[in-house]
Design a protein around this ligand. Structure first.
Ligand code: UD1
Ligand code: UDP
Length: 371
């Protein structure tokens, strides 16, 4: 018989909603009492994702401000957590990934002596400024929490090296694959805004970029390379759903607007984005989630970063690190677009990030923790 537990799910950004949704679904199906706390670190982007998975926050801290700094977003989240715990107690807090929301959620758990579970634990680049601040966020969450759910064996070893007791670590796969399989089952008509990218005989290049360490000159180098790639062949189109961070939006607008074969949109809903990934010939991205999803859709990803905490995808051949050097980005993209053997070498790989059962494993481990 299952003993009902009060679980507090803390989420705040787009990827946290996507990756937490299957765990919330599993916990509800098992009869646990779930409370969804949305910090509101993201506003529209998180709301789009909550709607896709039919989730409604029980608590919304509504912290987002335009162009928020790491100081203000951290302080606002932590401060607004306090009354939540004055009103209520929880058996466990669940946080996901490496955002400021996850770090503050884990810290709130520590302050209130509530057990914390970390989904997507153990990812490391071992460079504390890359990605910034995510590498430090996940290390700090790892120090604060009680149960660790690494997606891969490699991530488990990173936790052991940090001194985490083996009994508190359970390799589960990444819940993003559970979310992906779930979403692929949902009926969906693509939105008109992306029809020009989907219809027609062109080859589609899909791009996303938002990392803080790329703001400014690194982004300008990437955008120069993107223009040259599209200009290299008349049948290429590029779709870039632009992250709303003004540091990204302004640079994209000044360098990529007004090109007849470059389509800039607002962030896409998850189901639109999955359509675009399926339609794409090639993906260039600095996103963590995209690196994990693309191998399941058999799409090659050129990773627009100098480091990755997802080396399994690089080793399997599905991902290639190209950083922000325009020449390397251009050469690697052209190679994939012109050399079928190079393209085949990056596709058709097994996805190292999971089998769609991660949330079930997480839930079983949580129940065992209490047993
Ligand atoms: C955050 C996470 C990052 C994650 C990313 C996912 C931190 C420090 N960063 O980065 O790890 O990869 O989310 O996308 O936790 N904005 C809007 N509407 C939205 C969302 C953002 O307008 O719905 C704009 C606001 O001006 C906001 C800015 O983007 O101030 C930055 O948002 P923030 O959450 O601080 O950083 P991200 O770059 O989104
Ligand atoms: N995504 C989306 N719409 C977009 C861009 C991305 O739904 O316009 C999804 C994508 O499929 C992945 C997640 O958002 O699941 C990744 O989020 P993001 O890149 O913002 O964050 P990261 O994974 O880098 O933390």
């Amino acid at each position: 018989m299952i003993v009902v537990k009060k679980l507090l799910f803390v989420l705040g950004t787009r990827p946290e909603v996507i990756k937490m949704a299957p765990v919330i679904r599993a916990a509800r199906a098992a009869g646990h009492a779930t409370t969804l706390l949305h910090t509101g670190q993201h506003r529209e982007m998180a709301e789009d994702m909550l709607a896709v998975f039919g989730l409604r926050p029980d608590i919304d801290l509504a912290v987002m401000e335009p162009n928020q700094s790491l100081f203000t977003v951290s302080a606002r989240i932590l401060e607004r957590f306090a009354p939540v715990f004055e009103r209520d107690r929880f058996d466990m807090i669940l946080v996901q990934g490496d955002t400021t929301t996850a770090f503050m959620g884990a810290l709130a758990g520590y302050y209130t002596k509530t057990p914390v579970a970390h989904i997507e634990a153990g990812l490391r680049t071992n460079d504390k400024f890359s990605p910034y601040p995510e590498e430090m966020n996940r290390r700090l969450v790892g120090s604060l929490c009680d149960l660790h759910f690494p997606p891969t064996e490699r991530a488990r070893k990173n936790l052991l090296a940090m001194g985490v007791a083996a009994k508190n670590i359970h390799v589960t796969g990444n819940t993003v694959i559970d979310a992906l399989f779930w979403a692929l089952e949902m009926p969906h008509e693509p939105s008109p805004e992306i029809w020009p990218a989907l219809g027609g005989n062109h080859r589609l290049i899909l791009v996303t970029t938002h990392r803080r360490e790329s703001f400014g000159e690194p982004h300008r180098r990437v955008f120069r390379a993107l223009r040259e790639i599209v200009d290299s062949a008349p049948d290429l189109k590029l779709l870039l759903p632009v992250h709303p961070n003004p540091n990204v939006r302004n640079e994209v607008a000044s360098m990529l607007d007004h090109h007849p074969r470059i389509l800039l949109t607002t962030p896409l809903g998850y189901l639109d984005f999955l359509h675009a990934m399926k339609r794409a010939t090639l993906i260039l991205s600095d996103s963590g989630g995209v690196q994990e999803e693309a191998p399941s859709l058999k799409k090659p990803v050129l990773v627009l970063r100098e480091t990755t905490e997802r080396p399994e995808g690089v080793e399997s051949g599905a991902l290639k690190l190209v950083g922000t050097d325009p020449e390397l980005i251009y050469n690697e993209a052209i190679r994939l677009l012109t050399d079928p053997a190079a393209y085949a070498a990056m596709t058709g790989k097994e996805n190292p990030y999971g089998d769609g059962q991660a949330s079930q494993r997480i839930l079983r481990s949580i129940e065992l923790f209490f047993a």
